[in-house]
Design a protein around this ligand. Structure first.
Ligand SMILES: [Zn+2]
Ligand SMILES: [Zn+2]
Length: 317
């Protein structure tokens, strides 16, 4: 069933009616998240037109836990990075932490000669592989605070990777990692990053016969870096891989309507991942926007000394 998918704006609007206290921070990030959302569509089209070769799913490698983009060079991706930077950098450079590095960042991102193209591709490699060392090296070279470059690069590269993921998913009936349920890891089958969100699916309706084809509630993880979604075992921790009864616990906000929102946390390694049970919601939210809209639970988790499976930008500074 093609459940109605909410845009970034619709998702945030709904969250704000439930948690008006978050309005200022959600509104401040809304333009950025909306631009990213638009960019994914634009870049998907342009990568397609460019005839970009797509990474192929290799079942044996995936069986061993090797992500599709492991070792990718991202040659030819510089124009996509430039497009993304042109749209996002002006918004990012309005933020207090970024302002001091405006010129350095523009100098790096908004050029398009050959040497810069190579640097842009190296940046995509660094973000996609989560290579902190190489980001730090680059930050030093262009004289930008490494944390700021990490933040900015994450925002600019994400739509490029999400466009690539969209093309890979659209290329077959199923995503390569869904074929034969070959992927069993807690990290992303596409880029290898740890998940930013978990979600339980809605009951599915057989479209031709209009009967209930599945009860829903299957667990999936969502990658905030490249946008991939994949199935994962309910009782297992995506961070440490521990599995069994009593390993994963749920944390919900008490005394308020939860809208299916909760934290799944691991009693072994004390890491948590926000999650949403779509059976308890009318609409399917934009998961990247919802992750931001669940920051009140990040605060609850911090008080309990739990750490996020994947730190997000709003708890970076
Ligand atoms: Zn990913
Ligand atoms: Zn764990």
């Amino acid at each position: 069933m093609a459940a109605t998918r909410q845009t970034v704006a619709q998702t945030l609007e709904e969250v704000i009616t439930w948690r008006p206290v978050l309005a200022p921070v959600l509104r401040s990030f809304e333009p950025l998240l909306t631009k990213q959302e638009d960019l994914v569509d634009e870049l998907t089209e342009s990568l397609k037109k460019q005839g970009m070769a797509l990474p192929q799913g290799q079942p044996e490698r995936m069986d061993q836990g090797v992500s599709l983009l492991a070792g990718a060079s991202f040659a030819g991706f510089a124009p996509a990075v430039l497009t993304s930077a042109e749209k996002l950098l002006p918004l990012l450079c309005r933020m207090d932490a970024v302002v001091p590095y405006k010129e350095a960042l523009e100098g790096f991102f908004l050029k398009s000669d050959k040497a810069d193209a190579q640097q842009a591709e190296e940046l995509v490699v660094a973000v996609a592989s989560g290579n902190k060392k190489s980001l730090e090296g680059l930050a030093e070279k262009i004289d930008v605070d490494p944390l700021v470059l990490h933040f900015v690069a994450g925002f600019i590269v994400a739509p490029v990777l999400r466009a690539l993921t969209a093309l890979v998913v659209a290329a077959g009936d199923e995503a390569p990692w869904e074929v034969g349920d070959v992927w069993r890891q807690g990290y992303c089958p596409m880029c290898g990053a740890l998940p930013t969100m978990g979600w339980m699916d809605k009951p599915s309706i057989d479209e031709k016969n209009a009967f209930l084809a599945g009860g829903g509630g299957k667990k999936h993880l969502h990658c905030g870096t490249c946008g991939a979604d994949w199935k994962y075992r309910r009782g297992a921790c995506p961070a440490c891989g521990e599995e069994g009864s009593g390993v994963m616990e749920l944390l919900r906000e008490s005394g308020m309507a939860a809208h299916g929102e909760r934290l799944d946390w691991c009693t072994k390694c004390k890491s948590y991942c926000p999650a949403v049970d779509l059976r308890e919601r009318e609409f399917v939210p934009n998961l990247d926007a919802l992750a931001l809209g669940m920051m009140h639970l990040d605060m609850v988790a911090a008080r309990r000394k739990l750490k996020p499976v994947k730190p997000s930008f709003w708890n970076m500074f």
